[in-house]
Design a protein around this ligand. Structure first.
Ligand SMILES: *Cc1c(COP(=O)(O)O)cnc(C)c1O
Length: 391
């Protein structure tokens, strides 16, 4: 038998020895979390696992700063968005959807799929939603019962002012449901204090875990709103999740390994302190923006988020070429633009466990790439360090 063939070295060797993720989900998973989820796991209907379930449920209440209930479901983030719609809305409800990118559109598409009537407020990509415009719309259309919004619009790397939006919704007596999938663990969102009825997260973003676990956090005053005649629901029926919660159980088989992962992630956040987690992300955002701008990139968002940064390349540099070279030469995966921004934008994810050294890694590689692709740019690392220090 012949020996297995060995790939010959090419004339331009890769600079990397391992793949690195800088995508806005999934994100890199810290070793601690990988270790936490890699043990032999108990059956989910045992006291050992009930204790884990209860602990993670309490951890999530801490993370959301709510005295309500955080319901855990086995799904990607979109499953939790759908769960929120079918449990909080009925055929007689009407939604106001805040649209400034792909994830605002996703809310509208879920409404469409269930035949829920809705209006939209649309802003150009990269702009934040104006709370005054929401107020005007709510004043003009009394039929609207529910506002569906996003904290961090990942497709444009734009953060919305959830505190101000919640104030407007509350003053008009409307329910406010927020997709905070790239918001929680990055930007503050104290749910009860700000008066947000429902907050959604997913495991593969700020929670630093693999995909597959999503949560619906319901404020204390909104818990009973899932009762009664709503849209058709079975797997997503949160009444079943609520009923099982006090026993430390879920209605269906929970994502056991991911419960360990998310539990460890929140333990890490507790150790760092929630305020420190948020301020580290504001520094990560500032460092990334400063470094990329020094290289000649244009910041896409007028209200930049801190977990992901969207950038338009310097003139003459193709965004898709950058994404490809970063991956092929440096082993770094970032995201491109979506829809009309495809080929025109790059998105660098830096939510979760990232630190300034990680930003040096991605910006140093980015500097090599823009120069290789014909644009002269330097100084990314120095600018990033200043951005970090002054944030
Ligand atoms: C990632 C993400 C989602 C969920 O996407 P899934 O692929 O279903 O996990 C929803 N909203 C926002 C803002 C996101 O960034």
């Amino acid at each position: 038998m012949s020996a297995p063939s060995v790939t010959p070295a090419t004339s331009t060797p890769k600079t990397s020895t391992r793949p690195r993720l800088f995508t806005p989900g999934p994100v890199e998973i810290p070793v601690r979390i990988l270790r936490a989820m890699s043990g032999i796991q108990p059956h989910h209907r045992t006291d050992a696992f009930r204790a884990v379930f209860k602990k993670v449920s309490e951890d999530l209440q801490w993370l959301h700063q709510t005295k309500g209930e955080v319901l855990i479901i086995a799904a990607s983030g979109t499953g939790a968005l759908e769960a929120a719609v079918v449990n909080f809305m009925s055929k007689t409800d009407k939604a106001l959807v805040l649209v400034g990118g792909k994830f605002g559109e996703r809310w509208a598409n879920i409404c469409k799929a269930y035949g829920v009537p809705y209006e939209t407020i649309e802003v150009p990509w990269g702009h934040a939603i104006d709370p005054a415009a929401v107020d005007a719309k709510l004043a003009a259309d009394a039929a609207i019962t529910t506002v569906l919004g996003t904290q961090s619009e990942t497709s444009t790397a734009t953060v919305y002012d959830i505190q101000a939006l919640a104030k407007v919704a509350k003053a008009r007596g409307k329910r406010f449901v927020v997709d905070a999938i790239t918001g929680v663990g990055v930007h503050p969102l104290p749910q009860d204090e700000w008066g947000v009825d429902v907050v959604i997260t997913g495991s593969q973003k700020g929670l630093m875990s693999p995909p597959g676990l999503a949560t619906v956090s319901i404020a204390p005053w909104a818990l009973d709103a899932i009762e009664g005649e709503k849209l058709p629901r079975f797997y997503w029926d949160l009444r079943k999740a609520r009923k099982n919660l006090p026993a430390g159980e879920s209605a269906w088989t929970p994502p056991v390994s991911l419960m360990y992962a998310v539990g460890e992630a929140i333990t890490m956040m507790r150790e760092e302190g929630l305020e420190n987690v948020h301020s580290r992300h504001s520094r990560l955002g500032a460092a990334t923006r400063a470094g990329a701008q020094a290289l000649g990139f244009t910041l896409f968002s007028k209200s930049p988020a801190n977990g992901v940064t969207a950038l338009e390349p310097p003139a003459g540099v193709d965004a898709s070429g950058l994404v490809k070279r970063l991956r092929d030469t440096h082993g770094i995966t970032i995201a491109g633009g979506q829809d009309h921004m495809k080929g025109k934008m790059i998105r660098i994810g830096h939510m979760g466990s990232y630190d300034l050294s990680d930003i040096y890694v991605v910006l140093g590689a980015l500097e090599e790439c823009v120069n290789a692709l014909g644009h002269k740019g330097t100084g990314a690392i120095e600018a990033a360090r200043k951005g970090w220090e002054h944030a």
